[in-house]
Design a protein around this ligand. Structure first.
Ligand code: SAH
Length: 245
């Protein structure tokens, strides 16, 4: 009986140690694509700690979004190495993807919660819109440059972010889906566009840089109170201008 058991054990061991057949696929411990992904994951983590948490952004869901959304997928390949650095980057057509900290700050100041409806003016690369979508918001975004609108729409779709992108003049908002819980403007007008105020819910937030073209602007958080706006100055910023057709 003991001999039989021993033979069975040897046979089983032989099965386990059987040579790999040609059809067996052996996964390398770290495939090249995993290595690239991991490199960016580490950079993203460092970006959140050193550029965002170290400043004044504390909302856990915003930090999580910044830690998750692959910013490198939204920058031109020439700038891949700088995707997680502490500054804006060119995205073509004279436009830029905002500095990570500014994206996080503006997102936090929208004071939104899962399921809220948000309008973004200035889709650009689509990165800010992806961060908003990651928060579980219903996101609408308007971009005036047709090529950027098309590219962002395709990129967001490929990455699986549910964002509705429209080409048009964002000064006029997106009436069809109004009213919004919050509106974020990522290009600077020299005054607050009234159509955007009208499309905001009572109590809704408008985060917007306002100031002269080619100069510093002030980033504002406005909260609509009936027909009034309650204003909070968030500091000086430099955005590309909001242009009209
Ligand atoms: N949020 C973007 C960065 C925006 S850069 C991102 O995450 O990448 C500002 C964008 O606003 C540019 O793409 C510019 O073309 C766009 N823009 C400027 N004026 C506009 C207008 N009137 N309506 C809509 N978009 C406008």
């Amino acid at each position: 009986m003991r001999t039989w058991l021993l033979m069975l054990a040897v046979a089983l061991a032989a099965c386990v140690a059987a040579p790999i057949t040609p059809t067996t696929i052996v996964q390398p411990v770290l495939s090249p694509s995993t290595a690239v992904f991991d490199r960016f994951a580490q950079q993203r983590k460092e970006m959140v700690v050193s550029q965002i948490q170290s400043r004044d952004v504390t909302a856990p869901e915003v930090l999580d979004a910044m830690n998750t959304v692959p910013r490198h997928s939204f920058v031109p390949s020439d700038y891949l190495d700088q995707a997680y650095e502490d500054h804006p980057l060119p995205i073509g057509y004279g436009q830029t993807i905002s500095q990570p900290y500014i994206v996080a700050l503006m997102t936090e100041k929208l004071k939104v919660k899962r399921g809220d409806k948000v309008l973004e003016i200035g889709t650009g690369s689509g990165y800010q819109a992806a961060v908003l979508a990651h928060l579980g918001l219903e996101v609408y975004s308007v971009e005036i440059i047709p090529e950027l609108a098309r590219a962002a729409d395709e990129r967001l779709r490929q990455l699986g972010y549910a964002v509705s992108v429209k080409q048009g003049d964002g000064y006029l908002g997106w009436e069809e889906h109004a009213p919004y819980d919050a509106i974020i403007v990522t290009a600077a007008p020299d005054h607050v566009p009234q159509p955007l105020v009208k499309q905001l819910k009572d109590g809704g937030r408008l985060v917007i840089p306002v100031g002269p073209q080619g100069s510093w602007q002030t980033l504002w958080q406005f909260t609509r109170k009936g027909n009034d706006l309650q204003a909070v100055d968030l500091g000086g910023v430099a955005f590309v201008p909001l242009v009209r057709k």
